[in-house]
Design a protein around this ligand. Sequence first.
Ligand code: SF4
Length: 356
Amino acid sequence: MKFIDEAKIYIRAGHGGRGCVSFRREKFVPRGGPDGGDGGKGGDVVVRTSASARTLLDLKYRQHHFARHGEHGKGSNRTGADSPDVIVVVPVGTVVKDAGTGEIIADLTSVDQEVIAARGGRGGQGNAKFATATRQAPRFAQPGEPGEEKTLLLELKLLADVGIPDGEERLSAYPHQLSGGLLQRVMIASALASGPTLLLADEPTTALDVTTQAEVMRILAHLRRERDLAMLFITHNLELAAATCDRTAVMYAGCLVEVQQSETLHERPLHPYTSGLLCARPSIDHAARRLFVIPGRPVAAFDAGPGCAFAPRCGYAQDRCRSEKPHNMQIGDARVACHRAEELQGSLASGTAAVA
Ligand code: SF4
């Protein structure tokens, strides 16, 4: 699908229906008086976001949107029907501007958000409304108000939102012409195009240098705030998880072994594997020493055996650990899968331990 992030469209709302000039004519009712009804309202042109729209491509090729005029008033005090609105569907993140004045009409940032871009005219009043004691047979009625018309400039600010400069030019670039950081931003932009409430960020900073990594994380934090998004951030970098996430979940051999508030997890880990990961972080304070490593090799999820999958590498393993799989238990607001979690609570190292 071609990605188009800018479109110009011409919209015109419907005119209001004309008021009716009519007089009641009925047998045995002399001088029935005026009974002309009011005209109906013209349809509005509404711009609305939809989760299913991802680009402005449709609008690039369908540039005119006209709402119908309101129905004229009728005799016997019948009001003309209002016309239905015309809906222009755009993706979340579209900025609606008046192309003539450059004024921003709306910044549509959530699903099903809408703005009336052009108002339909009100219907004119029928002659029944103009009857007075001294003018009992008015032979005139009001015309309907004209509907608004304007040219709109629609800009999908996804590319700008994720910090891609010269969006128009980048759109025609091949992937190999973009740097790793720009490719990552394009992926984030396409993930945002459907207006999600949950963003799955699966290792978004892997293979990026630290400067680009910081930039991508800044963009993600900005998007979270701006769009009120929840984010599931998957990473091998515990420091990044601590800086980004409210809660951290640690997995080993395909299972969650510990879930708790990020800050608490870094200070007081409850699972020996989490403790091992924290101790294995490099630190400038221990630059001259060898890094701590968790002994042994990771096991595949399908090869874990009947007991705790971490048992072959765990310094706290007991017989029970090798024969019985630990289930998740609640400790405070944390969840941990370890037979000895309560016993080891508070005694597991969390700092950058080093061995000589
Ligand atoms: S259940 Fe046993 S082997 Fe597994 S992490 Fe806890 S102490 Fe270690």
